[in-house]
Design a protein around this ligand. Sequence first.
Ligand code: ADP
Ligand code: ASP
Ligand code: MG
Length: 416
Amino acid sequence: MNVRGNLMPELNIIVQKYGGTSVGTPDRIKAVAERIKTYTAGGHSVVVVVSAMGKTTDELIALAAQITKKPSSRELDMLLSTGEQVSISLLAMALHEIGIDAISYTGSQIKMITDGNFSKAKIESIETDRIMKSLTEKRVVIVAGFQGIDTEENITTLGRGGSDTSAVALAAVLGTRDCEIYTDVNGVFTADPRIISSTSKLKEISYDEMLELARLGAAVLHSRSVEFAKKYNIRLHVRSSFNYEEGTIVMPKEEMMEKFVISGVTAKRDEAKITIWDIPDQPGIAARLFSIMGQNKLYVNMIVQSTGKDNKASISFTVLKSDLDKAMGLCEDLNNELGGTAVEAKKDIAIVSAVGVGMLSSYGVAGRIFKVFSDRKINIEMISTSEIGISCVIDEKHADLALKVLHKEFIEAEQQ
Ligand code: ADP
Ligand code: ASP
Ligand code: MG
């Protein structure tokens, strides 16, 4: 992405993003307009990114499913992008009603150029001329989140939750350091507050921890938005659109006041596990398997290979549940060719993870995690670690319990 530094510091630009619940009803949209007014009155030029109203995107997906089981990915993106077009225009009208000049733009109108991967497109560039012109004319600029166009002008979408990424990308190209993400919770919590009632809000969290949490299932931010924020040094302020409380600041770890061993726990439930049993234990087999997955654009997350015995080994790995049928077909072909015993799929798994920069300087965290799981008879099927995270694949039915016990052991206990 072409980022040229702060384009016009005198404009005092702030980028704000409002999620689906925050613009879920006409009254909510009016409330957002009132909040924006406080910023324009305070001397800010405001660029607003909005998501589709409420559950609109889910409803559009369900609508397509009534027509076909296999919608064309181009047409699905065309359909899903309509949700955001509704909310941008309504918000512009709400601002006009309270005397604020505002103009809405679709992704294509501001040339939000992406690659051509429908439903998971990546932003490549954004033209700032039109936005800057509107801002200098003292208009609030409202941009449709989640959507862009490829170089052939097909409408693309950035993946579920992608409006966060639209907002951070805009902050980057406009050269502003501040991006506020307004949502339906008061900030980033130590666990999803909908699952764990004793969770607490974090005042701050590092980019690396937030990235890890987002990748591992914490839906509060789209993981790519955190990647952009880190790369372009944008301070994300995640906060509620329902009150004026301070939320959570996502920032470089060097600037953080407090570093916890574990800052948060999260679960990812959209992956499935595949095991290929008893294939030859020799160089090149894993390379072959995962090249096939890559060539077929299948995202592979955790991988475990058993120690070989009698020249045979087994490999387990996880793929998105939505890719399971395709991945199984490819694995079965390879298994037949290699003379393996069987290929097995398990759908009802969850990846439960604990994340914290304090792990870098602590010992025994993995052992403590395994102990709390074994005390509750939660069987661990796969394990993977990074510098600041430990993830375990377990049976999906134990996911909430696993989150609760991890939260209790590492977060509640340390707060006392
Ligand atoms: P929006 O529509 O505003 O983008 P999302 O539904 O995408 O909202 O994200 C907010 C939701 O993320 C919250 O309602 C909450 O249930 C969920 N969530 C998951 N993990 C966390 C966490 N660690 N902290 C805060 N919220 C979380
Ligand atoms: N409307 C899109 C979705 O529901 C994008 C977003 O909300 O960020 O995934
Ligand atoms: Mg979201």
